[in-house]
Design a protein around this ligand. Structure first.
Ligand SMILES: Nc1ncnc2c1ncn2[C@@H]1O[C@H](COP(=O)(O)OP(=O)(O)OP(=O)(O)O)[C@@H](O)[C@H]1O
Length: 297
């Protein structure tokens, strides 16, 4: 028997009303979704497409106008589910005058976590998000990247089974983005279920197993990232040390079989990989500089 989805929405709809109760915006229209245990699920869509509304409905922070959101098989408005959920909002709401350690301790207390478990978890999380060195600094001194890291640690203080991340990589530099993506993949390795929304499509592609694309509150696409992105009628071959003779032979074989050759060239790396390798190399060999070649100027 298939296990129960961690999150299920059934014809979930939300209409925001104005002060006088008049219907204002139909933010979500009959959304049907299932998110399964241990997957990283991405919610995509342009500004105003209903991603945050969906997350807030799943968290039980909003009431649906119609339909239902179920979390662990219970109605999303049932507060008993909260201790099994972690949430990283788009904007930080943490107290600026607490340091990292105090912040995590404060949220640990809200969940009634015993002192010894709290201490152990705080140590583990500060190491995991790599702000161990800044644990005594007040959050008002934190950079955007550090704020995102402590936000993630706070979302994990109750060791949740379901983690909701709103724009987890927004404002991060490429190194911070790579770390955040690795941490999200690490959560899946621990068996947690992750739902994230983001505008940064490359980040979504790198970490999500399945995605839903929303537009104007409607579900437009749903499926596995690898399947959605596979171009079924194109075959790609990569080979090392292909001589010109070999390339010509490949061309003639393709011609004989009436296949259309679309490209035969050398692949380029991504700017992310190039950037990361330069920064890592610079950390390993500090002080080394590139002298710009006249022809590159
Ligand atoms: N409290 C509110 N009152 C009225 N309308 C709202 C409210 N919150 C959101 N909306 C509207 O509902 C629609 C969906 O908003 P939502 O924040 O869910 O979109 P989003 O996909 O998360 O957008 P973004 O990418 O900009 O964060 C938008 O038209 C927005 O203006």
């Amino acid at each position: 028997m298939a296990s129960q989805p961690v999150v299920e929405t059934r014809a979930l709809s939300k209409v925001y009303r104005d002060f006088w109760g008049r219907s204002k915006v139909r933010a979500l229209k009959a959304l049907d979704l299932e998110v399964n245990q241990g997957e990283i699920f991405g919610l995509l869509g342009p500004n105003g497409s209903g991603k945050t509304t969906t997350i807030k409905l799943v968290l039980g922070l909003l009431f649906p106008t119609d339909g239902q959101a179920l979390v662990f098989g219970k109605d999303a408005t049932d507060v008993t589910k909260n201790e099994r959920i972690g949430y990283l909002p788009e904007e930080s709401y943490l107290y600026k005058f607490l340091n990292a350690e105090e912040t995590l301790d404060f949220y640990g207390r809200l969940f009634d976590i015993p002192a010894d478990v709290r201490r152990e978890r705080i140590e583990k999380l500060l190491k995991m998000v790599q702000i161990d060195h800044a644990r005594k600094r007040q959050l008002r001194e934190y950079s955007k990247g550090m704020t995102r890291r402590i936000g993630l640690a706070q979302a994990l203080i109750n060791d949740p089974e379901l983690v909701l991340l709103d724009e987890p990589t927004s404002g991060l530099d490429p190194l911070g983005t790579r770390d955040m993506k690795d941490m999200i993949l690490g959560l899946r390795d621990q068996g947690k279920t992750v739902i994230m929304c983001s505008h940064l499509l490359a980040d979504v592609q790198d970490v999500c197993d399945r995605i839903a694309i929303l537009h104007q509150g409607e579900l437009k696409e749903l499926g596995r990232v690898d399947e959605l992105l596979t171009v079924a009628d194109v075959t790609q071959i990569k080979a090392r040390n292909m001589s010109v003779d070999c390339q010509n032979e490949v061309r003639s074989v393709l011609e004989r079989h009436h296949s259309e050759l679309l490209s035969m060239d050398n692949p380029t790396t991504t700017l992310e990989d190039l950037f990361l390798s330069i920064v890592r190399d610079s950390e390993a060999r500090p002080g080394r500089r590139v002298v710009a070649d006249a022809k590159d100027a």
